[in-house]
Design a protein. Structure first.
Length: 255
């Protein structure tokens, strides 16, 4: 068991991604930092952090605990936003940061659809509302990086764009996703995901409902037909984004 301790700038055996995250947050966020930042700056090394994935799992869980918002979740959103816009963070982790922002912003809807007609267990409406608004506030800065981002991160950004639709961002999705539509046919994870994004961007409730029914019958975990359509749509979109993220660890999507 590794119980070494050292200065925060020279920790032995720490996961490399932790050093990257620490540098980015040190440069981008001033004190007082969110409480979750302690995982980056504390002087001791967790003996169970044997690699990047072990650390990342713990770090992300500190912000969105087991897919459940807590009072401190909103405070951790700026950490994810800072990591998502810094090129020192590898594309996979920028994707993961935006994916977690998507999950944070959609907790209420996804859990509502998943549990309907029962009430979601462990729901904290006040914390969920605060977290959603925190994600909303940082979304414009994230979307502004579209042209500079790699295709993988653009896929995550597209999901976030339809969570917070505006008259400016929704029409922009059509040309921005054209390359994905051309290169990834219907029936593939990325192809279905981007086509569903475009359905949501059109804001046609009947078309959205029909598409939700079609896709969930074919591929993903369905939800009660009595649940509100917007909640069902975000529940499905979250599953699709997770599938896309899993696939991106094995291949890189084209422009």
């Amino acid at each position: 068991m590794n119980t070494h301790t050292s200065d925060r700038n020279g920790l032995p055996d720490e996961p490399p991604i932790r050093r990257v995250f620490r540098d980015v947050i040190a440069d981008r966020l001033t004190d007082p930092r969110p409480q979750q930042a302690a995982m980056l700056f504390q002087s001791s090394v967790d003996p169970f952090w044997t690699d990047d994935r072990s650390f990342l799992g713990d770090f992300y869980n500190e912000i969105l605990h087991q897919d459940t918002c807590q009072p401190g979740t909103a405070d951790g959103v700026p950490l994810l936003a800072a990591l998502a816009v810094d090129d020192r963070v590898p594309p996979q982790q920028r994707f993961e940061a935006i994916d977690l922002l998507f999950s944070t912003a959609t907790v209420t809807d996804r859990h509502l659809a998943d549990c309907w007609p029962n009430s979601p267990r462990h729901a904290d409406p006040e914390s969920e509302d605060r977290a959603r608004e925190a994600v909303r506030s940082c979304t414009p800065d994230l979307l502004a990086r579209w042209a500079a981002e790699c295709p993988a991160v653009r896929l995550a950004l597209a999901g976030l764009a339809v969570v917070f639709p505006t008259a400016r961002t929704l029409p922009a999705l059509i040309p921005r996703l054209r390359g994905f539509v051309e290169q990834h046919p219907q029936g593939t994870d990325i192809g279905d995901y981007v086509r569903f994004i475009l359905v949501l961007a059109a804001e046609n409730d009947d078309h959205t409902l029909a598409t939700v029914e079609s896709l969930t019958d074919a591929y993903w975990k369905g939800t009660s037909r009595g649940a509100p359509t917007p909640a069902r749509a975000l529940h499905l979109l979250g599953q699709m984004l997770n599938r896309v993220g899993t696939g991106l660890t094995r291949s890189r999507p084209g422009e």
